[in-house]
Design a protein around this ligand. Structure first.
Ligand SMILES: Nc1ncnc2c1ncn2[C@@H]1O[C@H](COP(=O)(O)OP(=O)(O)O)[C@@H](O)[C@H]1O
Ligand SMILES: [Mg+2]
Length: 265
């Protein structure tokens, strides 16, 4: 079982889109069993997969923090996408924002999620991959996610703000893990929304390759800026199923393969 989280400190770079679509590419291998976990109170991943996140009665990631004893089978929604029945999800909920406030005074608050997965590891080991989406902050809920996972994948689009977001994330997380006593788990940097007509496009890659913290983790294939990628959200299906012949689908599969080669996936 590998655990992975998508993150950075800029919104709109394509964390959720990359998470959803790369999980789709992984799920083409029927030997893989994937659990998506939506860690963003905006619930974009939950919506992308086709669930309504304002449903207050359904268990969600928040339940893990509220009820440590909850049986993991009660959290999971199975096979929403008929085309990819090997993807399950723990959805998010708009009230996750409240969890953030409730956790601030609890001892060992950054490790609650890791403890839950450890206690239930027999159950979770049925999955080959547990993949978290996050929002752009380093609040307590996200700290729990980034502390738990084996690998963090940074997502950058082609903009100076995205470079700043990746650098800030790296700087702050490195400070954090010193305090938490764990190894640096930032293992990959994916460029999304790539359009070579943007002046910055080539310089962006060169810049990342010139920086010590990024040069060894940059994924060579970028995910192109494409309407087909946008459509995955509306159609509740990853591009590898929605438009398998599209060039963006080939790029997503290549990125997934690079992540497999690097043992992130
Ligand atoms: N490769 C892409 N091509 C075109 N549009 C994209 C691509 N990746 C993301 N988008 C669009 O950009 C917006 C932000 O993407 P999203 O994945 O929600 O970012 P984040 O999760 O980092 O905030 C969404 O409207 C999404 O559909
Ligand atoms: Mg998002």
């Amino acid at each position: 079982m590998k655990s992975i989280a998508f993150g950075t400190l800029k919104g709109g770079t394509g964390k959720t889109t990359s998470c959803f679509n790369l999980a789709g590419a992984l799920a083409l291998n029927p030997n893989n069993r994937i659990l998506l976990v939506d860690g963003d109170p905006q619930c974009n991943l939950t919506n992308d997969i086709g669930l309504d996140c304002s449903d207050m009665d359904r268990n969600n990631i928040r339940t893990i923090f509220e009820n440590k004893k909850i049986d993991p089978s009660e959290l999971i929604i199975h096979g929403i996408m008929n085309e990819l029945p090997n993807i399950d999800i723990i959805p998010s909920n708009i009230l996750l924002i409240k969890t953030e406030m409730q956790l601030v005074s609890i001892a060992g608050r950054e490790k609650l999620l890791a403890n839950y997965f450890e206690r239930n590891k027999d159950f979770f080991s049925q999955y080959t991959h547990i993949i978290f989406d996050t929002n752009p902050n380093l609040g307590v809920v996200n700290q729990n996610i980034f502390y738990f996972v084996n690998s963090i994948i940074l997502v950058s689009d082609v903009s100076l703000n995205a470079i700043q977001g990746a650098e800030l994330f790296t700087f702050l997380w490195e400070e954090n893990i010193e305090d938490l006593g764990v190894e640096n788990n930032i293992k990959a940097l994916v460029i999304n929304n790539y359009d070579k007509r943007i002046n910055l496009a080539k310089d962006l890659k060169d810049y990342y390759l010139s920086e010590d913290e990024f040069k060894d983790i940059l994924i060579d294939t970028p995910i192109p800026d494409s309407v087909a990628m946008k459509d995955t959200s509306i159609n509740h299906l990853p591009i590898v199923v929605l438009q398998p012949g599209h060039k963006a689908a080939s790029a997503v599969k290549r990125v997934a393969n690079e992540l497999i080669e690097r043992e992130v996936f």
